[in-house]
Write a protein that binds this ligand. Structure first.
Ligand code: C2E
Ligand code: CA
Ligand code: CA
Length: 681
């Protein structure tokens, strides 16, 4: 019987039972045995009924299921024990109780003190039930032909059951200090109807035994066990389908709600009686630099980071909203703030970003990550889950581009959103149909202002959106494998172009920017080698620009590929130097030839003394390490002069030239010498 009454609470409580408890258990057991001995005169030790009841009880116990909670163990033994109490007397009933606990122990292996308490319970309640039943039958002079006799079976069952609950639940309360009242409610309420049914079945079993004898009892027991098995199967399959349901709505890695669950929740909100009265907001959080961590440190770190991030966000949002993971490194918050005032939402978004930015300690590493948040409000920005998510996405992407941390959706953002157009398939097409164009920005030698080479900077000539800067699509493409084809496209174009320029000027070089994925792409060196030979460009005319953070996140893996490129004779530059946290000493391990000082230092160096010092000392240190130095972002003549004084090797910037299409560069090259000499003189 899945719904009968062996209740074991198998959870370790707060209090550790000491010797006093053991002594109390011993005394309780001894007094029960005394009672059994005293009432032994009325016991009936008939072998067959006892055997049938024991077999039925043990099988019932072994096939029982944990029905309601892992704490409640419900089995069929109660029915068997009470049958023994009624039909055979207190001694046989206590024996069945002990056998049942022993069989249960084989399955559940409860701690010794629980076993003791269960033994006391399963000796005491059969004895009390039996003594009560037989004494009353005798006093009232009832026989198995009267209805009252069977009602008394029912009553004895209930009495025994109450005692069972008091002893088991009371002990648990003693251990963990909880209130008996509460515990009884928690333990008893869910199985109350099952208990009453079992009591009824016990009365029926007694009737069957009286009418048909032991064979009838055996048949009855068999039917009950099959019944218990079927109910157990039902419960298990129900539990399985609940589990499937849970899996379908939760995200495995973080345990948060998944996309489907999140959308369902929005739909629920929208269907609410009076949706106007309940505005809400969707905040989409996309991690910055996550792919870099995943690609360079591996999935172990990526997964750990996402799981911890999920906990952190859920803690922060608490009961005031729902946090879900949409997939990848995208999380979303459904904010239940009643007043979705812009100010409130901005505060929340700022808090979410701050929450993400706290470093994560994973294994030995401390991981820093950023986030961009896009906000869409119901009903202002959309009235369906799809619409709200899409617009939050547009806003998030705008925040990422503007590097502002968060952005509220506004219709004009839509026009800038490249993502809106299904960016990935678009980029594929852009590569295939040559919509990607490469512009070039010259670099000049500072000592004599000769042109040293150009840097290739990609743009997207979008059919609807016009010319898009790299910031509008590179960060998104970098998160996918499409960065491979994109980089190869830029490389092929640049190598071909440089080769053409070198027909006129033999010393020109071209520099191409790499992404972190490119640096880990084993095939890239071989592909570059092939491009160089196809277009007849010497390897030392190609430079590859990589950033500090790309190398520093996984120096060993990066080093392997860099060494292969170096062996081909390709020159390597460290781009945006000064924005990461690495040191020149670390860079010494790498086969690099050039440093490019980030334009944020260069463009401010005349106004900001600290920047000036950084630029000057970087130049000196780089020279000591045998590297050449390029200053990026030179926007005026004075800066150019100061850099020349500091001994900087090359300069690049708007003052010299903006990035230009290839033919623009040809014109510039034709005019440049005179113009630049004039500028400096
Ligand atoms: P970057 O490598 O630092 O490229 C230099 C950026 O500085 C270019 O922006 C350039 O137009 C800008 N710039 C040059 N001189 C000046 C100046 O005097 N003042 C100011 N304020 N800016 C100046 P752009 O073309 O928008 O490129 C932005 C970034 O996009 C690049 O930064 C680079 O990281 C990335 N990028 C461009 N092309 C590619 C590519 O083919 N592959 C990859 N992976 N990244 C690329
Ligand atoms: Ca660059
Ligand atoms: Ca740069």
């Amino acid at each position: 019987m899945p719904n009968s009454a062996n209740l074991d609470i198998g959870e370790q409580g707060g209090r550790q039972p000491g010797r006093a408890v053991a002594v109390a258990h011993g005394l309780a057991l001894a007094s029960a045995i005394t009672l059994i001995v005293l009432t032994a005169g009325s016991d009936r030790w008939s072998v067959w009924p006892l055997t049938v009841i024991v077999v039925f009880t043990v099988i019932g116990d072994l096939t029982s299921v944990e029905a309601f909670s892992p704490k409640l163990k419900v089995s069929g033994s109660f029915l068997g024990i009470m049958l023994a109490a009624v039909l055979l007397g207190s001694g046989p009933a206590a024996l069945v109780g002990v056998v049942s606990i022993a069989a249960g122990w084989l399955r559940w292996r409860e701690a010794p003190h629980y076993l003791r308490n269960n033994l006391v319970t399963f000796v005491w309640f059969p004895v009390v039930g039996s003594v009560f039943f037989h004494a009353t039958v005798q006093l009232a002079d009832l026989g198995p032909v009267s209805v009252a006799y069977y009602l008394l079976v029912f009553a004895a069952f209930i009495l025994a059951m109450v005692l069972n609950f008091l002893l088991v639940v009371g002990y648990q309360c003693y251990l963990d200090g909880s209130s008996l009242d509460e515990r009884m409610h928690e333990a008893l309420a869910p199985i109350m109807s099952g208990e009453l049914f079992s009591a009824l079945l016990t009365s029926v079993a007694v009737y069957v035994d009286v009418k048909v004898g032991t064979v009838g009892l055996a048949m009855f027991g068999l039917v009950l066990i099959v019944f218990q098995y079927l109910v157990g199967e039902l419960l298990v399959s129900k539990r399985r389908s609940d589990e499937l349901q849970r899996l379908a709505t939760t995200d495995d890695l973080t345990g948060l709600a998944n996309r489907a669950h999140f959308r369902a929740r929005i739909a629920q909100r929208l269907e609410a009686e009076d949706p106007e009265a309940k505005p809400f907001a969707v905040l989409l959080i996309d991690l910055d630099r996550f792919k870099e961590i995943n690609d360079t440190l591996g999935h172990h770190y990526g997964d750990a980071l996402l799981a911890r991030m999920g906990d952190r966000l859920a803690d922060h949002v608490g009961a005031s909203g729902l946090v879900a993971r949409l997939g990848g490194d995208e999380f979303v918050v459904l904010s239940e703030v009643r007043e979705p005032a812009v100010r409130t939402l901005e505060t929340l978004a700022t808090e979410l970003v701050a929450c993400v930015e706290q470093p994560f300690a994973i294994d030995e590493a401390s991981l820093d990550i950023g986030a961009s948040v896009g906000i869409a409000r119901y009903p202002f920005d959309g009235d369906s889950a799809n619409e709200l998510l899409r617009r939050a996405d547009v806003a998030m992407y705008a925040a990422k581009e503007a590097q502002t941390g968060f952005k509220l959706y506004a219709p004009q953002l839509d026009h800038h959103s490249v993502r809106r157009l299904g960016l990935m398939s678009d980029v594929r097409r852009a590569i295939a149909e040559s919509e990607l164009v490469v512009h070039y920005q010259p670099k000049v030698h500072l000592d004599d202002l000769r042109v040293a080479g150009t840097e290739a900077l990609v743009r997207w000539q979008h059919p609807e959106l016009g010319l898009l800067p790299p910031a509008a699509f590179i960060p998104v493409v970098e998160q996918t494998n499409l960065i491979g084809p994109l980089t190869r496209y830029v490389l092929e174009r640049s190598i071909e172009q440089c080769s053409a320029w070198r027909q006129e000027r033999s010393n020109l070089s071209v520099a191409v920017n790499l992404s972190v994925r490119n640096l880990l792409d084993r095939d890239l060196p071989r592909d570059i080698e092939r491009m160089l030979s196809t277009h007849g460009l010497p390897a030392d005319a190609l430079r590859l620009e990589i950033t500090e953070s790309m190398i520093m996140s996984d120096p060993d893996r990066a080093l392997a590929n860099l060494s292969r490129l170096d062996a081909l004779g390709i020159r390597l530059s460290v781009d945006d130097f000064g924005t990461g946290h690495s040191s020149l000493a670390n860079l010494k391990r790498l086969p690099i030839h050039q440093l490019k000082i980030d334009r944020s230092f260069v463009s401010r160096m005349l106004e900001d003394q600290t920047d000036l010092i950084i630029v000057r000392s970087t130049i000196n240190l780089a020279h000591d390490l045998g590297l050449t130095v390029v200053a990026e972002g030179v926007e005026d003549e004075q800066t150019l002069e100061r850099l020349a004084e500091f001994g900087c090797d090359q300069a690049q910037g708007y003052y010299l030239s903006r990035p230009l299409p290839a033919d623009g560069i040809a014109d510039w090259l034709a005019r440049s010498g005179a113009k630049i000499l004039h500028a400096v003189a």
